[in-house]
Ligand binder design. Structure first.
Ligand code: M6R
Length: 364
């Protein structure tokens, strides 16, 4: 049931404050401000030498965002790769390691094959799935459930942010076990996560503005998405979403890579969408945007209200509320999803059933 929405995708985008909140409250103890997983980790988190992650599509982007959290907050080295490469690369894996798979459906062929490969290599298996009865849930040592509810739209939206929510909690649990955060820092980070559903609700209020920008975007032949840190995987996700449902060619780049090639594409016809939360690489991102402006690129800046002023060059700005930087990806995902959705709708495309795509990819 689509309720009052035109598409499941719109409904699912708007469900995010609720389902992300639900997922968070499952892995955090909000009354004490601590992380509390409803399961035992299948390895000793304190001594684990590295974490291997594999997934496909949007679930892979969630893993990539989380790799920054695991490394930065828990000081846990991460190896991450798309499942279609991982399974055939046949990487050697040290026994007793931990393999993390991420999948909405829990049935994706390549991700499942990676799970089985890792198991044969003596790894413990932790999977993050949205379908509790799925094959991946069954074959894992621990299946952690996102509480997104059924996702009908082919484009993954609420499953993605719920995966991020769960991964953030997992990163905190590892950090705690490894002693890289103390109780005070834990409380601070838990409070930041607790604020996320409200911030997502705020971000959803930018929809009318995003809709106007989408009209413009629908005329573009190519679109570039840029970001640094966790906004880099989000740039990849933005490009994937736009391609998937509007069929406009889009690419995501790490903003610092711009001058190593893609800047050659920049002219007044190329919309460049920049994801710039106020984090430790904010200034670096802004200077990349100034390089785009110097080549007459059309800039759409997703950032905090004062950023436009600091940028000092003309840009359309989607202003999100001020927030702590650690988990901004959960909030910045929203305008990215809305932009893709409204562009597709404006172009008359079926956002729920894009051509050539299936919700669950059970063949490789
Ligand atoms: O069910 P899964 O999470 O394993 O699916 C993985 C991808 O097929 C999926 O995320 C796909 O990229 C989406 N259509 C993206 O919106």
């Amino acid at each position: 049931d689509k309720g009052n929405y035109r598409h499941f995708m719109a409904k699912e985008i708007h469900e995010q404050p609720e389902v992300v909140g639900r997922t968070l409250s499952h892995f955090l103890d909000l009354s004490t401000g601590t992380v509390s997983l409803p399961f035992e980790l299948p390895v000793d988190a304190a001594t684990l030498p590295r974490l291997t992650i594999s997934a496909c599509g949007t679930a892979f982007m969630a893993g990539l965002v989380a790799s920054y959290w695991f490394e930065r907050i828990a000081r846990l080295p991460v190896e991450i790769e798309v499942a279609s490469e991982f399974r055939y690369r046949e990487p050697p894996m040290e026994k007793g390691g931990l393999m993390l798979l991420i999948s909405q459906s829990g049935e994706t062929a390549d991700t499942l094959a990676s799970l089985r490969y890792a198991k044969a290599q003596g790894q413990k298996i932790l999977s993050i799935v949205n379908v509790p009865t799925s094959t991946m849930a069954r074959e894992s040592d621990v299946a952690a459930l996102t509480l997104a509810g059924p996702e009908i739209g082919v484009a993954s939206t609420k499953a993605f942010t719920c995966q991020l929510a769960l991964l953030a909690c997992l990163a905190l649990a590892f950090a705690k076990a490894r002693g890289t955060i103390d109780a005070k820092e834990e409380a601070r980070l838990v409070a930041e996560l607790t604020a996320v559903p409200g911030l997502i609700a705020e971000a959803l209020k930018r929809e009318p503005q995003v809709e106007l920008l989408a009209r413009d975007l629908s005329k573009a032949r190519d679109v570039l998405y840029l970001g640094r840190g966790t906004s880099y995987p989000l740039a990849l996700e933005g490009a994937l979403k736009l391609k998937e449902i509007s069929y406009i060619h889009a690419e995501g780049y790490a903003a610092g890579e711009l001058k190593h090639g893609p800047i050659a594409l920049v002219d007044s016809d190329l919309p460049v969408i920049v994801l710039a939360p106020r984090d430790h690489v904010f200034e670096k991102t802004l200077s990349n945007v100034q390089e785009v402006a110097a080549r007459n690129g059309r800039i759409i800046l997703i950032s905090e209200p004062e950023a436009a002023h600091e940028l000092g060059v003309p840009a359309e700005v989607i202003a999100l509320p001020k927030m702590a930087p650690d988990f901004s990806a959960l909030v910045y995902a929203v305008p990215v999803q809305l932009l893709a959705y409204h562009t597709a709708v404006f172009m008359g495309k079926d956002a729920d059933q894009p051509r050539n795509l299936a919700k669950s990819v059970t063949v490789e």
